[in-house]
Write a protein that binds this ligand. Structure first.
Ligand code: GNR
Ligand code: NI
Length: 174
């Protein structure tokens, strides 16, 4: 397993649409292993493959509480089959938008169909943090970030601050 670099805004790669996986093979399983290790290392609860630069429709998640046993979840080619009209609000963050948090409304519950780590077809009814997280991750597969739901003013402010941080050199030799 290996820890990969997480791509951060602003970066066009994050706007790419990810492509369906034809078959869950060893290459995909290796990718899922690396994604999980990268996510744990960054203290995240979810990660989409595009965040490490791979445009495949693959997500890993673990929403277990700290101190509890790890509960890794793998989603390949996830599809939302159904969602309720009722929404809930969560303060979201994103490993690709480091250190910025904002409230986002999303459907409170959703039904998801996907392939698991073994390539087996699965169904899941998600609610609470699980529903929020899976929708956040599925947005990544479409090139959407949570800041896209904020006002233009807030979004511009966040992207500006992130690009300034990026351009700041670690060391200047004069
Ligand atoms: O670690 C993460 N926390 C989080 C909190 C609220 C809603 C969504 C998330 S996902 C995020 C990790 C990430 O960026 N996944 O794409
Ligand atoms: Ni994210």
């Amino acid at each position: 397993m290996a820890i990969k670099t997480i791509i951060t805004e602003p970066n066009k790669i994050l706007r790419q649409k990810s492509l369906p996986v034809k078959q869950v093979g060893v290459e995909e399983q290796r990718l899922m292993d690396d994604m999980l290790e990268t996510m744990y290392d960054a203290n995240g609860i979810g990660l989409a493959a595009i965040q490490i630069g791979v445009p495949k429709r693959i997500i890993v998640m673990d929403i277990s509480k700290s101190g509890e046993k790890n509960n890794p979840m793998y989603f390949v080619n996830p599809l939302i089959k159904d969602k309720v009209d009722e929404t809930s609000t969560y303060e979201e963050g994103c490993l690709s938008v480091p250190n910025f948090f904002a409230e986002v409304n999303r459907p409170k519950e959703c039904h998801v169909e996907y392939l698991d780590y073994e390539g087996k077809k699965k169904k899941l009814k998600a609610e609470g943090l699980l529903a929020t997280c899976i929708q956040h991750e599925m947005d990544h597969l479409e090139g959407i970030l949570f800041i896209d739901y904020l006002s233009k003013l807030k979004k511009t402010m966040i992207v500006k601050k992130l690009s300034k941080q990026k351009n700041r050199p670690d060391r200047i030799i004069v």
